[in-house]
Ligand binder design. Structure first.
Ligand SMILES: Nc1ncnc2c1ncn2[C@@H]1O[C@H](COP(=O)(O)OP(=O)(O)OP(=O)(O)O)[C@@H](O)[C@H]1O
Ligand SMILES: [Mg+2]
Length: 264
């Protein structure tokens, strides 16, 4: 077994890259695929915070600094996904040597079906490194011109490196009326839209529970999309109706009955 490495990246901050990395990883692991999620956003790591591993002693930062063994910094996560989180300490950032990240990947590649890299946003030394390590790139794009402009830059630098794209996750849609359409994003970037995901309360709610959406709210639109994408990547055939799970209809509010007795 040799892992396929997916780098999840976006041109603009807050597009949903880390959210996508966590949920794609958890969905792949849910199909019994050995999956390792790595936070390579060394400057602003969030995977640990998002999955409740922020107080862990060993993280990718200590591994990159040579002060912890790799196996000490890999944790069991949802669906038995393995997680190599980052440290929130500033000193960790100062001590980390990203030059050895390629060697770290080489040393674990044989143990996994998939390795998901949560890349820093935009174009920087570390995001270019994360892109260079990818077998396939997934871009997370929001339906606005700023996000699309960033995405175009990521596309150009990745193409220049000879990298392959799996496609685009169009995320945080249906917020305003003047959003860019999926067709516009697809034709401008020349990349396939893998899924379109609405802005959903469930995403923020799952953050509060430090759990992936696919675990906490499996019936949500976002979860359905990640499960479908994971099945496609893993080559698993699942009937469409079992994948796109509609959000449950809102229950009507129960009327309140007053139990207070009339008093004279
Ligand atoms: N579809 C969505 N619906 C609602 N909230 C979302 C959605 N996608 C992402 N978010 C929220 O947006 C915020 C930013 O998401 P996330 O941290 O995944 O973005 P990012 O691209 O990794 O950001 P950064 O540039 O800081 O690395 C988070 O609070 C996340 O919960
Ligand atoms: Mg992030």
């Amino acid at each position: 077994m040799t892992a396929t490495i997916f780098t999840i990246v976006s041109g603009k901050g807050g597009a949903g890259t880390s959210m996508a990395a966590i949920n794609l990883g958890a969905a792949l692991a849910g199909f019994a695929k050995k999956t390792l999620l790595i936070d390579v956003d060394i400057g602003m790591p969030t995977i640990g915070l998002m999955l409740g591993l922020e107080t862990s002693k060993a993280s990718i930062h200590e591994v990159l600094a040579g002060s912890a063994e790799l196996k000490e910094a890999i944790y069991d996560g949802p669906n038995n996904m393995h997680i190599l989180p980052g440290s929130i300490s500033l000193q960790g950032f100062v001590n980390a040597n990203m030059d050895i990240i390629g060697d770290i990947l080489e040393s674990v590649k044989e143990k996994y079906d998939y390795i998901i890299l949560d890349s820093p946003t935009g174009i920087s030394k570390n995001s270019l490194l994360a892109i260079s390590l990818a077998d396939e790139i997934i871009q997370v794009v929001n339906p606005d011109i700023l996000s699309l402009a960033g995405a175009m830059k990521i596309k150009v630098v990745s193409d220049n490196m000879g990298k392959q794209f799996r496609g685009v996750l169009l995320n945080r849609t249906e917020v305003t009326q003047n959003e860019l359409s999926a067709e516009r994003v697809e034709t401008t970037l020349g990349l396939k839209i893998l899924a379109t995901m609405n802005e959903e309360k469930n995403v923020k709610n799952s953050l509060a529970f430090k759990a992936p959406v696919v675990i906490k709210y499996p019936a949500s639109q976002v979860s359905g999309n990640f499960n479908r994408l994971a099945a496609e990547i893993a080559g698993i055939k699942v009937p469409e109706e079992e994948m796109v799970i509609k959000a449950p209809e809102k229950k009507k509010k129960a009327r309140k009955f007053s139990l207070a007795k009339n008093r004279n």
